[in-house]
Ligand binder design. Structure first.
Ligand code: GAR
Length: 221
């Protein structure tokens, strides 16, 4: 019999393409986690549809329906607990979670952010990168702490910023990497291959890749 798979709760606010990447990964027999439920704070989020299509429980907990953040998070936790969730993945979830919420899942809340943190935390990370003129951008999966995009980094992927890029084209290039990175980071986290070491993480896994640098702009031919 295969080992018990970790039960993920995925929190979304929108399209849910990262959720889809996790659902697709969970569809593989050797992936060490399953998506136990999806919760959106936005009733119209397309990600809810993705969850239903995958046969996964999908719930709306609309922050607007609660008098306080504490009440909203209590409802959120209620759904996650009811679904037996062990790990929480924020996937385009556009609400900050509080330290009190994190206490329910100590060291077990992950987030994906479309920048090479600690650069460009917060909203519109890709726009911030373009405005600052960086030549390499990317995405980060990190453990969530009570700050905004500040928690210990698990994994990152880099992409070049091209001269002709606008926010849409750069976002699309980063998003494609997000879809590869999030399942990898979840695998590392739930199998215990990544552990916390203060503000850093230690990754105890076979590292692939040849260590080659990404240069942007590339060398002339
Ligand atoms: C992704 O680019 C994700 O990194 C970003 O929102 C998008 C959600 O797309 N998250 C943040 O900016 C959080 N600070 P998706 O709904 O298609 O996964």
């Amino acid at each position: 019999m295969s080992a018990q798979r970790a039960r993920l709760g995925v929190l979304i606010s929108g399209g849910g393409s990262n959720l889809q990447a996790l659902l697709d990964a969970a569809g593989q027999a050797d992936f060490p986690a399953e998506v136990a439920c999806v919760v959106s704070n936005m009733p119209t989020a397309y990600g809810l549809e993705r969850a239903r299509k995958a046969g996964v429980r999908a719930e709306v907990v609309d922050h607007k329906g609660f008098a306080s953040k504490a009440d909203f998070e209590a409802a959120l936790h209620g759904v996650l607990a009811d679904a037996g969730v062990q790990w929480v993945c924020l996937a385009g979830f556009m609400r900050l979670v509080s330290a009190d919420f994190l206490k329910h899942f100590p060291g077990r809340v992950l987030n994906i952010h479309p920048s090479l943190l600690p650069a460009f935390p917060g909203l519109h990370a890709q726009r911030q990168a373009l405005e600052r003129g960086v030549k390499v951008a990317g995405c980060t999966v990190h453990f969530v702490d009570a700050g905004t995009d500040t928690g210990p980094i698990i994994a990152q992927a880099a992409v070049p910023v091209l001269a002709q890029d606008d926010e849409a084209s750069l976002s699309a290039r980063i998003l494609a990497e997000e879809h590869r990175l999030y399942p990898l980071a979840v695998r590392l986290a739930v199998t215990g291959a990544v552990t916390l070491d203060g503000m850093r993480t230690r990754v105890d896994a076979i590292v692939t890749g040849d260590g080659a640098a990404l240069r942007s702009p590339g060398a002339p031919k």
